[in-house]
Design a protein around this ligand. Structure first.
Ligand SMILES: NC(=O)c1ccc[n+]([C@@H]2O[C@H](COP(=O)([O-])OP(=O)(O)OC[C@H]3O[C@@H](n4cnc5c(N)ncnc54)[C@H](O)[C@@H]3O)[C@@H](O)[C@H]2O)c1
Length: 331
């Protein structure tokens, strides 16, 4: 399943959306981007607004959204637009995948992270009390409109998160690595990352092959994110750093430092020592929950060289021992 990616300025995007002004424009949108949107969308009765998308990405709000769209007269031929960050696109995509056995959806990502990751690839999901993204589907949007103009209102923490995920692409693709090191405009880097992910997805939608490479940095990253309660992409950058340290990939660690500098990321926020509440036992418990674990082995994505990644299955016991013996993890 493939999505069409379009890169455009706000005026062009709104001109495109204006075509639906007179009809029923169904959307799920993040309230924080209301000021960016044309008035006819802000005042439309067909928009289901989210206040705190990550907290609302759950079954209870899902049921409310379904009831809302049914009352609004949604039909099998309708399209649901998702306007917001990754939590909004995950939520809206899941609503679209199930309402009336599935309607089309279009993603308009408004955070850097969602532009390069969350809105592309068709993984849509809800959180459960037991953990994040535990209910979901593979259901790709028809179109993804990437419009860098939304980024003007992005808070600093979300810039760090987006750039943290950009670093992952810097290891997966030489072209993106070089763009980062040349300090190209972040919008251009974002487009390159989005294209890269889309190409991988076209070849391996259901993650039976190379798509797993996109998980680079996420094994430790997810454990940092859950334990330290830091934004996703920042946790991925941290996950990359400590993966390189624990697995003694010194060249990759050097390249990591180079990209941190080029992207103007705060390196100190990616040090375990920065977090006084870090607890090794809790961290390892989160690591045990990794979805890529097969029996007692964990599938690690590692870097040979920029643009060359590979997967290694390592017994979880051995990986935990390596972590426990690494000085920075020790209390
Ligand atoms: N489906 C996937 O493949 C995939 C991949 C990565 C992450 N995700 C999901 O994406 C989410 C994280 O992404 P995210 O950081 O974009 O989350 P998010 O949607 O929670 O957005 C982060 C914050 O930025 C705000 N925001 C959004 N756009 C804004 C703008 N233009 N200006 C100012 N504020 C804005 C949001 O209200 C929120 O407070 C998680 O739920 C994660 O599970 C999904």
């Amino acid at each position: 399943m493939k999505s069409n990616l379009t890169y455009l300025k706000k005026l062009e995007l709104f001109k495109e959306l204006d075509n639906f002004k007179e009809g029923q424009f169904f959307a799920i949108a993040d309230q924080k981007v209301k000021n960016h949107l044309p008035q006819w969308i802000s005042f439309s009765p067909h928009i289901f607004w989210l206040k705190n998308p990550e907290e609302e990405k759950n079954l209870e709000v899902y049921e409310r959204a379904i009831e809302f769209f049914l009352k609004q007269g949604i039909t099998r031929t309708s399209t649901i637009y998702a306007i917001g960050g990754g939590a909004t696109t995950d939520f809206a995509g899941f609503v679209a995948s199930t309402i009336l056995r599935g309607v089309k959806w279009v993603a308009i990502p408004t955070t850097l992270l969602a532009m390069i990751d969350g809105s592309i690839g068709g993984k849509v999901a809800l959180n459960m009390p037991q953990g994040k993204n535990l209910v979901g589907a593979f259901y790709a949007p028809e179109n993804v409109y990437i419009c860098g103009d939304f980024l003007t209102s992005l808070p600093a923490s979300e810039w760090i998160s987006g750039k943290g995920e950009v670093m992952k692409y810097g290891f997966l693709s030489k072209e993106i690595h070089d763009m980062i090191m040349r300090k190209c405009a972040i919008e251009d880097i974002a487009v390159a990352c989005a294209k890269f992910k889309n190409e991988v997805i076209i070849k391996d939608f259901k993650e039976q092959g190379d798509r797993i490479h996109l998980n680079l940095g996420h094994t430790l990253g997810h454990a940092f994110e859950s334990h330290l309660k830091i934004p996703h992409g920042q946790a991925v950058a941290m996950g990359l750093k400590y993966m390189f340290k624990v697995m003694e990939l010194n060249q990759s660690h050097g390249e990591w430092s180079g990209m941190v500098q080029a992207l103007n990321l705060p390196a100190e926020k990616m040090e375990i020592g920065h977090y006084s509440h870090f607890d090794l036992k809790t961290f390892l418990n989160f690591l045990e929950q990794d979805k890529k674990k097969v029996d007692s082995k964990i599938r690690l994505v590692l870097v040979k060289d920029i643009g060359f990644c590979y997967v290694e299955e390592v017994p979880m016991k051995d990986f935990k021992t390596k972590i426990q013996s690494y000085a920075e993890f020790k209390p």
